[in-house]
Design a protein around this ligand. Structure first.
Ligand code: BGC
Ligand code: BGC
Length: 606
């Protein structure tokens, strides 16, 4: 047979296609992880495993969402985990800490109750505690990761992890779906706010620090989303990452090595694809690389119905993902059918006993490592830890360290404490805006300040600092004022979003008819010095706003402690800084018109 030149090219193309999405473990760095549990712990797990029925094992590898499961259901379906997804609560049935504690206790109690012919295994109660235990009213809301990236301070992030763990544990939750280790490559992506930085090294350092903090507080951390979520083409959420394997290793993979070194207990598979192959079904990455080369000993958890996106799967059946290395399905609504189908697949041999045992062993390792089998759990039920003075002071420190000064003409900042300040812009007195997505709900939209009983808006923080220094603040939504101000602080920016809802076609700001720019221009025309405070989950093109303002501050999504902004903006009586600006841009700030990038510290001495 003669193979024409075209035929050879065709064969080569076919071979290349067959290689797409196939990782080569030997190209990956090694992690230095030690085991998650002691030899005695492994022994305990083996004994437990030998007593479990296939149905009890299948239960361990499925997680349901609290909106679709009641504690009593665990008697017929002994699931391994329950989550309060989407940073709760759309149903609004639980808000305050005491109610949350009752809810988690009800699930824990049923899971632990002795029943004939049944081995009681504690459940893991999971939550998206991505900037504090952000689904619970009164919790301390820390700056989103993009702001923590600006601090570049691993010790601060570790302390935040510890405080978050206490607020998670206090309401009886055990497992946080954090940190995101994404290394975003396109500012249009809707999850930049959840990402620490564009520099993979910084992401790795801060991510590992959060893992240490959370797990030091006996909450399991989750490195997510494995792998490549930040590098999808066009920054499309859940899209395809077309990077070469080398590029993937150098960028989005870096954080996993560091987090596994830090002993991270779980890794969440990404919704996204790599080279056209859905991550939830990528055996070379989930098994050969993650569990083999990187030596990960914990559990690989799926994302919310992420398995349902694998070709040939549905939300209630996906042996493909399980066989590729997923250890626990996040089947929020379809958990019951998922349980029945998976058990059937185990019985038919579609899923091997060995694979099932491996997955259950990994889930049990997390439970043993967390001490869930022990009677006493630290902080459980201590609901006044939520929003404690100490945690809020830590969040306030994080806010002031995260602010990045992009411009300061004629040293309008810091503002003299005795000044009369006009505080305006539609985000000035809006705690929901400054918290962003994943706050008391998924998108974090439409919360008025009453939903945050202990928090302070940026305006309220400014006012407090000014009054303490003999000055005054006047709040005005539209920029009109009663007495002529010495300076105006204009707070504006993005409205909350989560995940793909935050994806953008382009990063120009604003699209809301330029209302913020008009306000800035009006004040400028009245010769009032302007300090612009931009609240956002990512850099946006704000050239004109920067031009018309005298000072421009990137405040990211600072969270519940608005006073942290005043700490830096308001100086003492003579106008000397009480706290210097120390934040550095975690992502290069884009400028559309000039095609230049604002450098770190830009304009400081302009
Ligand atoms: C997100 C995850 C999150 C999960 C549970 C998903 O949509 O991608 O980051 O942990 O929901 O709420
Ligand atoms: C859930 C999120 C999830 C999203 C996915 C929301 O309803 O709360 O956790 O990521 O749906 O579509």
């Amino acid at each position: 047979m003669v193979i024409s030149a075209l035929g050879i090219a065709g064969l080569a193309a076919a071979a290349e296609r067959a290689e797409r999405g196939v990782a080569h473990p030997e190209r990956w760095p090694k992690a230095r992880s030690s085991g998650l549990v002691s030899a005695a712990g492994e022994q305990f797990i083996n004994e437990l495993l030998s007593q479990l029925t296939p149905a009890e094992k299948v239960g361990q590898i499925i997680m349901a969402d609290i909106d679709s499961i009641a504690p009593e259901d665990l008697r017929s379906y002994p699931l391994g985990a329950v989550l309060a997804g989407g940073a709760v609560p759309p149903l609004g049935r639980d808000r305050i800490p005491a109610e949350w504690f009752d809810t988690t206790r009800a699930f824990h109690d049923v899971a632990r109750e002795p029943r004939p012919k049944h081995i009681a295994i504690p459940i893991l109660f999971a939550v998206d505690a991505v900037h504090g235990n952000n689904g619970v009213e009164g919790a301390t809301i820390f700056p989103h990761n993009v702001g923590l990236g600006a601090t570049a301070d691993a010790d601060l992030v570790r302390r935040i992890g510890e405080a978050t763990a206490q607020e998670v544990r206090a309401v009886g939750m055990d497992w946080a779906f954090a940190p995101a280790l994404s290394v975003p490559q396109d500012l249009r992506w809707g999850r930049i706010d959840e990402s620490y930085a564009e520099d993979p090294k910084l992401v790795a350092t801060l991510g590992a620090a959060l893992v240490r903090g959370l797990q030091g507080g006996q909450v399991a951390a989750t490195a997510k989303h494995f792998v490549g979520d930040g590098g999808t083409t066009g920054g499309i959420d859940q899209g395809d990452n077309a990077a070469s394997e080398q590029q993937l290793i150098r960028s989005n993979a870096q954080g996993y090595v560091a987090s596994i070194d830090a002993g991270v207990m779980s890794v969440m598979a990404s919704y996204s694809s790599w080279q056209g192959v859905k991550m939830h079904a990528n055996a070379t990455l989930l098994t050969a690389v993650l569990k083999g080369r990187l030596g990960f000993q914990g559990a690989v958890v799926g994302d919310w119905d992420g398995h349902g996106q694998v070709p040939g799967c549905s939300n209630v059946s996906c042996p493909q993902a399980f066989n590729a290395g997923l250890d626990m399905f996040m089947a929020p609504e379809g958990w019951k059918e998922m349980f029945d189908n998976t058990l059937q697949q185990v019985q038919s041999g579609r899923i091997s006993r060995a694979r099932l045992n491996d997955a259950v062993r990994r889930v049990l390792r997390v439970k043993v490592a967390l001490g869930l089998f022990d009677a006493a759990r630290p902080w459980e039920g201590q609901v006044d830890l939520l929003g404690s003075a100490e945690h809020r002071a830590l969040a306030r420190e994080a806010v002031r360290r995260s602010l990045v000064l992009l411009k300061n003409r004629a040293r309008v900042l810091p503002i003299r404490a005795g000044a009369h300040v006009l505080v305006t812009g539609d985000a000035a007195d809006d705690i929901g805006r400054q918290c962003g997505g994943w706050t008391l709900g998924w998108e974090g939209r439409e919360h008025d300040n009453r939903a945050f009983p202990l928090a302070r808006s940026i305006y309220s923080g400014l006012r407090q600092a000014l009054i303490a220094g003999g000055g005054s603040a006047e709040l005005s939504a539209d920029g009109r004022y009663q007495s002529a101000p010495d300076v105006a602080v204009v707070v504006f920016g993005e409205h909350p979003y989560a995940e793909g809802l935050g994806d953008l076609k382009d990063i120009d700001y604003p699209l809301n008819g330029g209302r913020d720019l008009a306000l800035l221009q009006r004040l400028h025309a009245s010769h009032i010095p302007i300090v612009a405070v931009f609240v956002s989950g990512r850099p946006r093109v704000v050239d004109e706003e920067i031009d018309v303002a005298d000072a421009f501050v990137a405040a990211w999504l600072p969270g519940s402690e608005g006073e942290g902004v005043a700490d830096v903006l308001i100086g003492d009586e003579r106008g000397t800084a009480r706290y210097a600006f120390t934040g550095r841009l975690p992502f290069a700030w884009p400028a559309a018109a000039r095609h230049t990038r604002y450098q770190v510290g830009f304009g400081l001495h302009d």
